[in-house]
Write a protein that binds this ligand. Sequence first.
Ligand code: ADE
Length: 230
Amino acid sequence: MQIDIISCVPALLESPFSHSILQRAQHKGIVQVHVHDLRDYAINKHGQVDDYAFGGGAGMVLMIEPIARCIEDLKSERDYDEIIYMSPDGELLNQKIANRFSLLKNIIILCGHYKGVDERVREHLITREISIGDYVLSGGELAAAVLADSIIRLVPGVLSNETSALSDSFQDDLVAPPVYTRPAEFNDWQVPDVLLSGNQRLIDEWREEQSVVRTQQRRPDLLDEDSSTS
Ligand code: ADE
């Protein structure tokens, strides 16, 4: 899978892909992440990629020309399944969306900045709009990193034990059960006996039960069939 991220502040995306699971996924050759500096497609030698909004008002707007040229450049190299714009008014990211995106071959993620992008970008160049939550970030870069992370860890072969992604919270509309490690006792606080029993059937049953109880307590909305999006 190839993920191309377009940003006018590419430095914001250096660290998230240079460590841990996301770095390993790239080293294994399973996923390629390329960050493209929108300023390489600026309209003039001053690196201009934004301008004042027609009609006035505070804040700059990312111009369509640099974005269109960058996307054209990328599309001349390969076909893209989705061209995603990160925006607080987009479709709310959830595990089902991440699962679906993880099956795609090539995607572009466009990060907004300042007041956003010229609306014609959204109308004519973008195929999906994704939000990571009902709050406004300074730009789409951190949101793009969240989206890419949620996708990459699901691509087959990225996690060494593939079942560990399947047992994540939300995979089956349940949150994950609690986990413990050594020591078995700390300050009189005990690890549940069943986890030390060595009986895998009982342990699996306990984990399932805990998932359901936790979901009822913490995220009852996930158990409401109508609320789940497929
Ligand atoms: N850009 C700014 N805020 C955002 C959000 N909540 N989700 C996605 N992109 C954003």
